[in-house]
Structures are given as C-alpha cells and as structure tokens.
Design a protein around this ligand. Structure first.
Ligand SMILES: [Zn+2]
Length: 439
C-alpha cells in the first residue's frame, strides 16, 4: 500500500538462518529458515540453500514475525525537527518493526486523501511499511467530520483524532455511524478535556505530595465509558488507544464479554513505570495519559496475560531536547518508544514468552490495522518475509547515541531491559543486520 519498492524479480538476496528457534503454527521450534525472493522459502532441517545464500548463525536467537506498531507519531509534515518518517522508520526497524501506523496529528493533519497520498509518498524510502491513520474530524479540531469515506476508499482503515479525544458526543456518534457502515475502525484517545483540566500528571497521592496539577483517571474512564455505550448503539469497531487505568480495563472486559467489537492497547511505559517516576520532576516522564499508580500497572500487566489487552503500542512521541528541557508544567507530553518496546515488553511479560509477545506486538496489532495478510501470525512457507530475529535473554541499556530517532526523550535510560532485536527483514530484505540499520 505504500508502494515500497520490491526490487526487480530475482534481485532479492537469499538468507539462511541456521540454528535458531522459529515461531511456527505449533509454537517455537528449533529449525532453519530460508528467506528467498521476498518470502519464507523453506523451514526445516538441512535446507538446500541456493548458491550465493548468506548464512546467518541464529543459535540462541528466536525468529519472529516482524513487529507492528499501531500507534506511532512520525511528526512529518510539520514537526521535522523532532522526527521524520525516515528517522522514525529507522528507529522502528531497529526495534524489530516491519509496519507502523502513523498518527494523523501532523501539521497539516492527515484528514484528506491528498494528505494520505502525501504520507505514502514520503514513506516510499522508509525502512518499514507506513500506514497512515486518518483524522476523524477536519484538522482534528473536533468540529466537523473529515472525509472518512474518501479516505477509507483510498485504503485507510483506522481513524483517530489522537492527541485529543472527540469531545462532542454527537459528533462521535455520527463518526461511528459512518465507520460502522464502511467497516472502518474508530480509534479513540480517551480523554475528557474538562475533567483533565490542564493537569500535568496522574491525580493521586504523588501529585498531591508534589503539588502538581493532576489528571484524574476519570478523564480517561468517562470517555471510554461513553464510547463503549456509543459502540453498542452504532455497532462500530472501536479501538481504545493507550488505556492506562484498571477501571478502563474492567469496562473493556465487560464490553468484550457482552460481544462488542472492541479492542484496546497499552503502551510499554504504562506496563513498567508509575507516577512515582515523576518525583524528580523530570519531564521525560511526562506523558498523556499520565503514568498511573502501581495497582493500575499490575492490572494492565495481568490483562496482557489474560487476553483483555489486544496490543502493545508504543505511542512513540518524539520531542526535541530543548522543548522537553523546561519545567514539568511547560514541557510537552510524550516519550519515544520504538527501539525499546520489545525489551520492555519482554522484561515485563517474560523473555521466554515468545507467543505472548508476538500476539501483543505483532499479530494483535496487525489485525487491528487490517494488515494481517503480510504482517503478524505464525511463520510458514510462502509467507512474506517480514521478520525480526531477537536475542531473547540479552540484558541491555538504551544509550542516547544508539537512538535513531531525531529526539532522544526515552524514559528507559538507566533501566535495564531484557531481549533485544538483532536483525529485521522487510519483504525479504534486511533493514537491520546485527543491530545495525542497513540504510
Ligand atoms: Zn493519544
């Protein structure tokens, strides 16, 4: 869909991964895997490799489907000093991603077919596939509906005003009615702005102690409740972005049990960090929705195991150093996350848990984005070779000089991560080899 160049027939390099574990339909199996002509050409022992095949020792490594990020702020156009599609895609590839969904809160916003085409053109040289999400309302202003049917006709499957929720319930209802008729997914940034009341961090014991204005969990929960009720009314496919509280989770669980077509995502940072991280007033931990309390973190982690959570999404939000280097009040919300997502998820959920990690970081998000034909799922012969190879037990620290993003606002510096991406392949071509981006 991005028009990414495949190269001429026969020009694809051939790679044989030897001695690794491969995530196939029956789970992990120690076997070899051959990539040729852009697809998985063979899986098994003693594969006959064509001449010129590059051998890659994968012993101790695990071969997985490429990761899929359904929530990524690529900042282009409008905020190129923070990130471009190219720099975001390089960070994505280093993080094991073969596909990302670009959020429409650019300047101008992705709220029309020409903007969708413009993003796809920009993404032609990217190191991963880029799927633009469309805005729900014109300019993401929350006033009138964007041309949703036209964008859907141009291939957009996910619509959101992310960065803000749709505040007007009638407009939200109308958007959902349109999208239900089309089969599009309505993705909400759940935040009632009146209740959020220009808060800076989670409202709770820590915000009181620090004297910092709080964002109550209710600002998320009220909009999530509204949307779940409207989804029942309209029959729309509803996706709740970056949910952060135990109460939102419990409402999603109830809605799923009632048969609603609802999915939700959590971010790596909400699975690992809490509002206590803000005690030093470091704006790198300022994010929206805010880091919550340990009880919320515990619920989100548990829901990853139990299946209520459908995807881990980065909400990768680059901000330049100078914009973040100010007071907690004045600093923008957001943190980067593409290169660290696998290491955080793997540390929190267990590095041996490849099937769960793939469900949350690849297969689940691919389904939500509507791109499961070429992304996610168990590896089998004939499938497009969108892959990542990970060292599941490697303990590592993210270093600023290794961050490929134009912005370095990672909250995970100094926090040991577990599990690291070694190689990434996009349609059979290496985008990352031995931890180095190939372009
Ligand atoms: Zn958001």
């Amino acid at each position: 869909m991005t028009g990414l160049s495949m190269g001429e027939e026969g020009t694809h390099p051939t790679f044989l991964f030897r001695g690794g574990e491969v995530l196939g339909p029956a789970g992990l199996e120690k076997t070899d895997l051959l990539v040729a002509q852009g697809v998985i050409a063979a899986i098994g022992e003693a594969i006959e490799a064509p001449s010129g095949t590059k051998l890659v020792d994968a012993s101790g490594h695990v071969v997985l489907p490429g990761l899929v990020d359904i929530h990524c702020h690529t900042r282009q156009p409008g905020f190129e000093e923070s990130e471009t599609l190219e720099s975001a895609s390089r960070a994505a590839a280093l993080g094991g991603y073969t596909a990302i969904v670009a959020m429409p809160n650019t300047e101008p916003a992705i709220d029309s077919v020409p903007m969708v085409s413009y993003i796809r053109d920009l993404a032609k040289s990217a190191l991963c596939e880029v799927f633009p999400a469309g805005a729900i309302t014109v300019g993401r202003k929350g006033e009138k509906l964007a041309p949703i049917a036209e964008m859907f006709g141009a291939g957009v499957r996910l619509f959101t005003d992310d960065g803000a929720g749709v505040q007007d319930p009638l407009l939200a209802r109308r958007a959902m009615e349109y999208m239900a008729a089309l089969g599009a997914t309505y993705a909400e940034h759940c935040e009632d702005e009146r209740l959020a009341n220009r808060g800076v961090m989670n409202e709770g014991a820590v915000s009181s102690e620090l004297g910092v204005p709080g964002i109550p969990p209710a600002s998320e929960e009220v909009m999530a409740a509204r949307d779940l009720i409207l989804a029942r009314l309209t029959g729309v496919k509803l996706h709740l972005l970056h949910i952060s509280t135990a109460q939102t989770l419990s409402m999603v669980e109830t809605a799923k049990k009632a048969g609603l077509d609802v999915t939700c995502e959590v971010t790596p940072h909400h699975l690992m960090l809490t509002d206590s991280n803000l005690r030093a007033f470091d704006s790198v931990f300022k994010v929206n929705p805010p880091l919550r309390e340990q009880a919320d973190v515990d619920s989100l982690v548990q829901a990853c195991f139990e299946g209520t959570v459908d995807a881990i999404a980065t909400d990768h939000a680059p901000h330049s150093l100078h914009s973040k280097e100010t007071t907690l009040d004045a600093a923008p919300f957001g943190m980067i996350g593409l290169q660290t997502a696998f290491g955080v998820a793997s540390k929190v959920l267990g590095s041996g848990n490849s099937s769960l990690l793939v469900r949350l970081l690849s297969t689940g998000p691919a389904k939500i984005a509507g791109i499961e034909r070429h992304h996610g799922g168990a590896l089998h012969v004939g499938r497009t070779a969108n892959l990542c190879v990970v060292d599941p037990n490697l303990e590592w620290n993210v270093l600023p000089e290794e961050v490929a993003s134009k912005s370095k606002n990672t909250p995970f510096g100094g926090i040991g991560l577990e599990g690291k991406v070694v190689h990434t392949f996009l349609r059979g071509e290496p985008t990352v080899l031995f931890g180095e981006a190939q372009r």
